[in-house]
Design a protein around this ligand. Structure first.
Ligand SMILES: Cc1cc2nc3c(=O)[nH]c(=O)nc-3n(C[C@H](O)[C@H](O)[C@H](O)COP(=O)(O)OP(=O)(O)OC[C@H]3O[C@@H](n4cnc5c(N)ncnc54)[C@H](O)[C@@H]3O)c2cc1C
Length: 288
C-alpha cells in the first residue's frame, strides 16, 4: 500500500530543481510513475514529496532542431513509437520503442523516466547510443548538455547531480545511405538482450558501422573497438570478426547472471544478435 505523500506540481524545470534542492532525499521526481509507483507500493522507496514534472511544457514535444530532433523527457514511449518524423528519420528508435513492455507501460512511461531509472534491461538507450544522442540536464543552476554515453554510469546509476532533472534528449539523423537494425530477445516482457546496428555498405563491404548492445551487463554499451575491427571488411569477414570478438565483448559488456539468463548465454546471443543486425543493416535495414 502507498504511504501518504505530498504532490508538488512545478511549472518549470528550474522550479522542479528548486523543489528537489528544498526536499533533497525526501523527494522524488514523478514522470509516468511506471517504475516509481512500483517501488513505492513495494515499500522500497517512501518519498514524502513527489515532484510531478508531467505538466512542465519544456519537457514535452518532439521538435526539429538544428538538423536533428529534440525530444522532451516527458514524451511517452507510445508517442515516440507513433511519431511520423521519428518513424521516417529515426526508425531504429521507433522500432526499439515499439517493443517496450506492453501498451500500458508504453502509454504511461516516459523516455526521461526510462533513461533516469537506468534499469539495464531497457530498450531506448541502445539505439540512442548508436545515434550519438545527447541529453540536456536542467536545474536552478541552468542547463548542461552531455553525451548519453557519459550520462549512463551503471546499473540504476546516472550522471544526474542533486537538484538536476533530465529535460531533453537530442539526436541527429544518420547520413543518407545508412541501414539500421534492432535485435531484441525478451523474457517476462523485459529484454534479455538488445543490439542496435547502423551501417553504410559499399557493395559487400562495411564502409561505416556503429554498434551498441544493451541488457547484458550493468548498462547499454557502444562498441567502438569492434566497429574499428570490422570497418572496411566484407560482410562475411565482418561476421567472422564478430564471432572472434567474444573476449572483447566480455570485457566491455561485463555480462552478469540474472533471472533473464546466465552471463555465458548472454554472450553467446550477443554474437548472434550483432551478426543478424549487421547483415540486416547492410541490406538497407529498416529505413533510410
Ligand atoms: C511491466 C513492465 C515492463 C517493462 N518493460 C520494459 C521494456 O521492455 N523495455 C524498457 O525499456 N522498459 C521497460 N519497462 C520500464 C518502463 O518503460 C520505464 O520504466 C518507463 O519508461 C519509466 O518512465 P516513467 O516516466 O514511468 O518513470 P517514473 O517511474 O516516473 O520514474 C522512474 C525514475 O526516474 C526518475 N525520473 C523520471 N523522470 C525524470 C527526469 N526527467 N529527470 C530526472 N529523474 C527522472 C524518477 O524519480 C524515478 O526514480 C517496463 C516497466 C514495467 C512496469
Amino acid at each position: 500500500m502507498l504511504k501518504p505523500f505530498r504532490l508538488l506540481r512545478p511549472g518549470t524545470v528550474a522550479e522542479a530543481g528548486e523543489e528537489l534542492e528544498r526536499h533533497d532525499d525526501a523527494a522524488a521526481i514523478y514522470a509516468g510513475g511506471a517504475e516509481l509507483l512500483l517501488l513505492m507500493r513495494q515499500g522500497l522507496l517512501q518519498p514524502e514529496y513527489l515532484i510531478d514534472i508531467k505538466h512542465i511544457p519544456e519537457l514535452h514535444g518532439i521538435r526539429r532542431e538544428n538538423g536533428g530532433i529534440s525530444i522532451g523527457a516527458a514524451v511517452t514511449h507510445w508517442d515516440l513509437e507513433r511519431d511520423g518524423e521519428i518513424r521516417k528519420h529515426y526508425p531504429l528508435l521507433a522500432e526499439a520503442e515499439s517493443h517496450v513492455g506492453n501498451i500500458r507501460v508504453r502509454n504511461q512511461g516516459t523516455l526521461g523516466g526510462n533513461l533516469c531509472f537506468a534499469d539495464p534491461h531497457a530498450d531506448p538507450a541502445t539505439p540512442l547510443l548508436v545515434l550519438d544522442a545527447e541529453v540536456e540536464l536542467g536545474s536552478t543552476r541552468g542547463s548542461r548538455v552531455m553525451p548519453l554515453d557519459d550520462f549512463l554510469l551503471g546499473m540504476y546509476e546516472t550522471a544526474l547531480e542533486p537538484g538536476e532533472i533530465l529535460a531533453r534528449v537530442r539526436v541527429e539523423p544518420l547520413p543518407p545511405g545508412w541501414g539500421v537494425a534492432y535485435q531484441r530477445i525478451e523474457r517476462f516482457f523485459r529484454p534479455t538482450l538488445n543490439a542496435a546496428v547502423a551501417a553504410r555498405s559499399g557493395g559487400n563491404v562495411v564502409n561505416e558501422v556503429r554498434m551498441a548492445v544493451g541488457c547484458v551487463g550493468p548498462r547499454a554499451v557502444r562498441l567502438p573497438d569492434l566497429e574499428g575491427r570490422i570497418r572496411g571488411l566484407t560482410v562475411e569477414d565482418a561476421v567472422e570478426a564478430i564471432r572472434g570478438a567474444r573476449e572483447l565483448l566480455e570485457e566491455v559488456l561485463m555480462p552478469v547472471d540474472d533471472l533473464l539468463g546466465s552471463a555465458a548465454y548472454k554472450l553467446d546471443i550477443t554474437v548472434v544478435a550483432l551478426e543478424r543486425a549487421l547483415r540486416t543493416s547492410m541490406m538497407g535495414g529498416m529505413g533510410d
